[in-house]
Design a binder for this molecule. Structure first.
Ligand SMILES: [Mn+2]
Length: 332
């Protein structure tokens, strides 16, 4: 990671100002919530006035984090500086517009390769495994305080974006950061993993059962898919955040190279999650439908009915596997 001037710019912006509002993207995940909370709590400890805003509320999964009650849905003041964490585009930053009336400085801290540098100050490093990794470095470089609550938030951010240190973005640096958080601040990795993975709602497990019953496999067992329709969403009313990881079942089948999860989020809109093993770059496949993402995890959104969208995407995929048959067979 390079760009030393970006670090200095963020640090001097923080040091020069007093009133901060922090925000993140819609449907925040562990990295977004953990980064927001860690930075917010640390700045508060230095005596800054801080508001951490998540308009749609903190997902139940992350309610266990110490200090999380400081994250609120409505702002009460106008900041001098707005800090966006883990958010790739200005339009996805979930903050009420009135926050920007006094033209506060906008600081953008993120690790998405697609980030369009929408801030006046941008600390955007696509090589970072998690925004939490950038926040940890920032707190160290700026000599801002870290306590056990801040350490828990940082660990949760880093752990969730690396699939609890299983994904290909699990680097030595990420592991040594995690080790440091455990050794110096006595946080408990098993407790955090338990809270994130073993505190699902009853409804979300029942819904998973219905979704799994739609699972299918094709292309000589090279790709697999399942779906969630409006009827299931209405029946179970679970938070979208709890559904995010369902897709991993499709790709966890032996021999399957690409896994798809179709979600009918509105009657005429389907969100598709793509997963792959190392052989197929799903960010390129998702890009064919106007989406994007990473090599092994991508997404796209399409207009149309669920059956029509599934038909279009699956016939594309069928052709793709037909064309790449030789290479795939060679791998087996
Ligand atoms: Mn992230």
């Amino acid at each position: 990671m390079s760009q030393p001037s970006a670090w200095d710019q963020v640090i001097s912006t923080i040091n020069k100002h007093h009133r901060f509002t922090l925000g993140c993207h819609l449907h925040p995940d562990g990295d977004a919530i953990g980064s927001l909370l860690a930075l917010g709590l640390s700045l508060e400890k230095t005596g800054k006035q801080v508001e951490m805003i998540v308009p749609d509320g903190v997902p139940a999964t992350y309610q266990f984090l110490p200090g999380i009650q400081r994250v609120v849905q409505q702002p009460t003041s106008r900041p001098e500086v707005v800090i966006s964490v883990d958010c790739a585009e200005r339009s996805r930053l979930q903050l009420p517009e009135e926050i920007f009336t006094g033209e506060p400085l906008l600081v953008n801290i993120d690790h998405h390769i697609s980030n369009d540098l929408f801030g006046q100050v941008n600390l955007v490093l696509p090589d970072a495994s998690a925004t939490g990794q950038l926040i940890f470095k920032l707190l160290e470089k700026g000599a801002y305080p870290i306590d056990p609550a801040i350490a828990s938030a940082l660990y949760t951010a880093i752990a969730t974006d690396t699939g609890f240190f299983r994904y290909s973005n699990t680097t030595g640096e990420v592991l040594s950061m995690a080790s440091k958080l455990v050794e110096e601040y006595q946080i408990s990795p098993s407790q955090i993993a338990e809270r994130v993975y073993e505190e699902k709602s009853y409804a979300s497990i029942r819904l998973l059962g219905e979704v799994l019953s739609t699972l299918q496999i094709s292309g000589n067992r090279r790709y697999s898919w399942m779906y969630l329709n409006q009827e299931m969403i209405r029946k179970y009313k679970v938070e979208m955040e709890e559904i995010e990881n369902y897709v991993n079942y499709t790709n966890s089948i032996r021999g399957v190279e690409v896994g798809l999860f179709f979600k009918e989020i509105k009657p005429d809109e389907v969100k598709i999650s793509w997963r792959s093993k190392a052989s197929v770059d799903v960010s390129r496949l998702a890009a064919h439908f106007g989406g994007g993402g990473h090599l092994r995890a991508a997404g796209c959104s399409m207009k149309g009915s669920l059956p029509a969208v599934m038909e279009e995407v699956l016939s594309f995929l069928s052709k793709y596997f037909e064309e790449h048959k030789d290479r795939m067979d060679g791998r087996r």
